[in-house]
Design a protein around this ligand. Sequence first.
Ligand code: MG
Length: 229
Amino acid sequence: MRSLVLFDIDGTLVRGGPAKYAFVDAMTETYGTPGNHESVSFAGKTDPQIARELLAGAGLSNDEIDRGFEQLWRRYLTYLEERLPEDPVQVLPGVPQLLAELARFRDIGVGLLTGNIHGGARLKLASGGLWGHFTFGSYGSDHEERDRLPAIAVGRARELFGEMVTAELAVVVGDTPRDVACGKAGGTRTVAVATGAFGVGDLAASDPDYLLEDLTSTGEVVELLFGWA
Ligand SMILES: [Mg+2]
């Protein structure tokens, strides 16, 4: 039996970087408007969900939105890749140590569960030197609804490891109430970490199994993640 840990990216592993304005510029070029991006929170949403929300708010139909998606994501990834060298993501405290520690356990699969499209996840994590730690994942490009992503990640882990892997043996680690909600929807355990846009109080209201200020206490985090097994 193999346990899985499924990490969110923004606010959980890294922060900063040029993604928001790469996205806004790609939206403007593709659709003629970025939508009302200053007043809509991106936290915990999938990339396609954010785009659809902003564009629907600007009066575009679902058909018009869908027609531009391929071009939107191509432009977004181009801008992201161009701009990351000058404005790399910052890796959050304790993350490299935690990932190094998790890699020592042969019965733990370390994956991603993120609203980023796959190419965006890869570029952001590569810019922080973290991409090589993850052997599987589910992404905003797999499904627009975050709540559907745990099942996709677990399915990929099952294919990869060729053994019995279930959601009950997985834990989602994220920085927003949406991360906690998706873990619950997918039947995983949940860890909320207050290194993103939400404080401990806001996260407590979403009722995660565990709540952490940050990921700096490596031993304690590993014990928390897998001590139940
Ligand atoms: Mg996040």
